[in-house]
Design a protein around this ligand. Structure first.
Ligand code: NAD
Length: 494
């Protein structure tokens, strides 16, 4: 019998309801206890979901390990066919995914839909890549033998994902791992388990063999991940989340020399130079800052504007911020809630600190009373650069604008950070754009655009923003190991 959420998910017409249990070894499985999933737009419980413990985690690893060798031997084209089938099933279930994502993450339906479509594109990309893993064959540098290099799956992988992009992160990791021939254990974020459950159902219905993809939800993340990280059968961890937790996982994996990919925090500088198209910069800054209520690792965190155009930029930006509608994402609004009461409650202190550090409040600044975890879209302005926001990720619908004197100051202020994930520059001058692109110490640079994600693009950061890149042409190789074979070739025929 299928377990479904209690009262919520009857809405997606013709869609699927997410199963609320764990998915281990090809079957939905109860855990000893359950936990509540909260709709952040209402504060109400919308489902009770199985709460995995260490025993469930180790059972998932048993099954991933048992399935690994056979999955790696499945012909690439057959793996690709399964992934294509999953992609088709996903598209059929759009309404269920979009609806569930909005209910448990709070993001407006339009944003859930955009995330859903992008996630489907990523799955398609990995399906296409499956049969295209390459190898090389060459003569050794000194002659005398041959160098053959191929790529083999790294082995069972633990994929730990956050709540802010509850589908995209699972697909971006899981799609690559499955395409490479790895088996997986996905750990969802406690706040958004059901989106992951819908994706697991897609893989199940597409016919992925038992053990190849497993799914765990838990209120005790470290209780689930630590025994896995300490088990030599697990060969890789791919994590998206905060820099602190990423570092902890690397420590846990160090003893077993665990292969690790880390997508961590950011403090995206968004630079507007004096020759920029200001209207374009304003529109892109609004999307880049307020998408997902600012809860995105690539969000504009420091808006750095040349003093010569700062007044015009700020006036237009603030007018647009004041026009943003805030509310339950099931309605046509621009900005949804924060993910939790805790996240909302910390923001009043944040605004107080930012004001104390010299910021002038130009819009918002307060929580919104009533049900749900809403906070007003907020803008603060600083005269000159100010270190208050360097290496300080807001993760909130709070924009900070700094005026600077020219491109060199903009560049050095932007680079003054422990993070190195996403950065943005707006200019009409090609030479300036390339110059910034090369000198910004960030893994990604948006030039005259505030949204960058694409399956073709290598996603990831430098410094404390992480290690490795997801997707792009090479992302699949993060889930493989190179195998080198040295071959003696006797040139005289026997
Ligand atoms: P988080 O690190 O608290 O949680 C992320 C995931 O790690 C969740 O699944 C959580 O349950 C799990 N987790 C938490 N503590 C753990 C532990 N001790 N052991 C194992 N797992 C643990 O982060 P968050 O608050 O959910 O997300 C916000 C952070 O994630 C921000 O810093 C943001 O920048 C970052 N993020 C980065 C990217 C990226 O691609 N670089 C994307 C989205 C979010």
């Amino acid at each position: 019998m299928t377990n479904h959420p209690k009262d919520l998910v009857s809405k997606p017409e013709g869609g699927l309801l997410p199963d609320t249990r764990l998915y281990i070894d090809g079957a939905w499985t109860d855990a000893a206890t359950q936990f509540d999933v909260i709709n952040p737009a209402t504060g109400k419980t919308i489902a009770e979901v199985s709460d995995a413990g260490s025993e469930d985690a180790l059972r998932a690893l048993d099954s991933a390990q048992a399935a690994q060798a056979a999955w790696a031997r499945v012909a690439p084209r057959a793996r690709a066919n399964l992934m294509h089938r999953a992609h088709a099933l996903m598209l059929e279930r759009e309404q269920a995914f979009v609806h569930t994502m909005t209910l448990e993450s709070g993001k407006p339906l339009t944003e859930s839909r955009a995330e859903f479509l992008l996630s489907a594109d990523f799955l398609l990309w990995f399906a296409e890549q499956t049969a295209h893993l390459h190898g090389t064959y060459s003569e050794s540098s000194n002659g005398g033998f041959r160098v053959m290099v191929t790529h083999q799956p790294v082995g069972p992988c633990l994929l730990i994902t956050p709540w802010n992009f509850p589908l995209l992160m699972i697909v971006r990791k899981g799609g690559a791992a499955l395409a490479a021939g790895c088996t997986t254990i996905t750990k969802t974020a406690q706040e958004t388990p059901m989106t992951g459950a819908l994706f697991m159902q897609v893989l199940h219905d597409a016919g992925f063999p038992p053990g190849v993809a497993n799914l765990l939800h838990t209120t005790n993340s470290s209780g689930v991940s630590k025994p896995l990280m300490q088990d030599k059968r697990l060969r890789k961890v791919s994590f998206t989340g905060s820099t602190g937790v990423g570092g902890l996982l690397m420590e846990q994996g160090a003893r077993n020399i665990m292969n690790a990919s880390m997508e961590l925090g950011g403090d995206g500088p968004f630079i507007v130079l004096d020759d920029a198209d200001i209207d374009l910069a304003v529109d892109q800054a609004i999307i880049c800052k307020f998408r997902n209520a600012g809860q995105a690792c690539v969000a504009a965190n420091r808006i750095i504007v040349d003093a010569r155009v700062e007044a015009e930029f700020t006036e237009k930006f603030v007018a647009k911020v004041k026009a943003l509608t805030v509310g339950d994402g099931m309605n046509p609004v621009d900005v949804g809630p924060m993910i939790s009461a805790r996240q909302r409650d910390r923001l009043s202190d944040t605004v107080a600190q930012l004001t104390q550090a010299g910021g002038t409040l130009l819009a918002g600044g307060k929580p919104i009373a009533g049900d749900g975890f809403f906070f007003e879209p907020t803008v603060l302005r600083y005269v000159g650069r100010n270190d208050v926001m360097c290496s300080n990720e807001l993760f909130a619908p709070i924009a900070t604008i700094f005026s600077v004197e020219g491109p060199e100051e903009a560049l050095s202020f932007a680079n003054d950070s422990d993070f190195g994930l996403a950065s943005y520059v707006f200019t009409r001058d090609l030479s300036r754009a390339i110059n910034f692109g090369e000198r910004l110490e960030f893994g990604m640079v948006g030039i005259n655009r505030g949204i960058m994600a694409d399956p073709k693009a290598p996603f990831g950061g430098t410094k404390t923003s992480g290690i490795g890149r997801e997707a792009g042409n090479d992302g699949i190789y993060e889930f493989t190991e190179q195998k080198y074979m040295a071959v003696t070739v006797n040139e005289a025929f026997a």
